[in-house]
Design a protein around this ligand. Structure first.
Ligand code: P6P
Length: 338
């Protein structure tokens, strides 16, 4: 088959839908609406240095973190667009305490959980940031969506993806088992996402590791032993690995997805208020776990469990995350479960 040039994401979504005769087009519609929101956010992020939108909004979010103005903008953009799209019945956002309803009469059959602008502490210093999203099918019977529709295992996601606002704006998403992971790059001159990374497969081994080494003195022994192992000089096994840590999950994850690598945010003794680590299950770990699994990688917690098997109990539940190249994660699992 000749390589198709200039495939837009809308074309990819429709081609994928055609493979599912039972599809109603609602998931395609949902993704297309989300893509419009992403284009609006991308334009704002890329202008942030010029518009008066840098800096903090003076508010703090449910996580107790300072909310940057762009966070607010991204959150409002996605909410405003999706509450009237007719494809979802309820939303959850990293920026909001509780569930977010959709407009009456616009209830659809899916749910949406999202981190509107992850890594936002990097906004003012021009480091890549991103939007992460996770889509589930509604499971309760009433028209209105409920929290139960959101609190589903990651393995039940029908779509997961992220938009990274970096040297270019890229959309990376998957619509489930066997559907693959595809990357699209935004051409701002025409306002279209074009297929640039078809069927992404993450290398099964790598030489990069991502962890915040500033917390070394707070690590539990399993973390310390694993990191010590991969930093030991042993040319035969390709050690030491190189450290790559940006402090923006989307940026660290994207680099590792493309080049290979392992990202760790395990439990530590530093964040006593976050005994399960810092990252959230619903709209960070679970969508990234679905993407990496579809790309041939793995995602586990620091007790060896599969991220995709965890049944969430609350919207902003945190979870320890070890994610990336399959052989690296499998080796790390031996350190964390021995
Ligand atoms: P730390 C950004 O605030 C974030 O939620 C993720 O994007 C990132 O991976 C992590 O926190 C960085 O946390 O503790 O290393 O600064």
């Amino acid at each position: 088959m000749p390589k198709r040039l200039g495939v837009t994401v809308s074309r990819q979504i429709m081609d994928s839908q055609r493979l599912h005769p039972e599809a109603t087009g609602d998931l395609s519609g949902l993704l297309n609406e989300l893509i419009v929101a992403a284009k609006i956010i991308s334009a704002e992020v890329n202008m942030a240095g010029l518009a008066d939108i840098l800096g903090q909004s003076g508010k703090t979010n449910v996580q107790g973190e300072a909310v940057q103005k762009l966070d607010d903008f991204a959150n409002a953009t996605i909410k405003r667009r999706m509450e009237q799209c007719g494809y979802i019945c309820i939303m959850a956002s990293e920026e909001e305490d509780g569930i977010i309803p959709v407009l009456d009469g616009y209830e659809g059959k899916y749910t949406l959980a999202f981190d509107p602008l992850d890594g936002s502490s990097n906004i003012d210093v021009n480091v890549s940031i991103g939007t992460i999203f996770s889509v589930h099918r509604k499971i309760t019977v009433d028209v209105k969506g409920t929290e139960a529709d959101l609190l589903q295992k990651g393995s039940q996601q029908v779509a997961a993806g992220y938009i990274i606002y970096g040297s270019s704006t890229m959309l990376v998403y998957t619509t489930g088992v066997g559907e693959g992971v595809h990357g699209f790059t935004l051409d701002p001159s025409v306002g279209e996402f074009f297929l640039s990374h078809p069927d992404i497969r993450t290398p099964d081994r790598s030489k990069y590791y991502s962890i915040n080494e500033a917390y070394t003195n707070y690590w539990y022994d399993s973390t310390r032993n694993y990191i010590e192992y991969i930093k030991t000089v042993d040319k035969e096994s390709g050690r030491p690995y190189s450290l790559r840590y940006i402090g923006s999950l989307v940026a660290d994850f994207h680099r590792n997805l493309i080049s290979g690598g392992i990202f760790l945010y395990p439990r530590d003794k530093k964040n006593t208020d976050k005994p399960e680590g810092k990252l959230r299950l619903l709209y960070e770990a679970a969508p990234m776990a679905m993407i990496v699994r579809e790309a041939g990688g793995l995602a586990i917690t620091d007790d060896g469990g599969d991220i995709l098997d965890i049944k969430p109990t609350s919207l902003h539940q945190r979870v320890p995350l070890i994610i990336g190249s399959s052989k690296d994660v499998e080796l790390a699992k031996r350190f964390f479960t021995s």
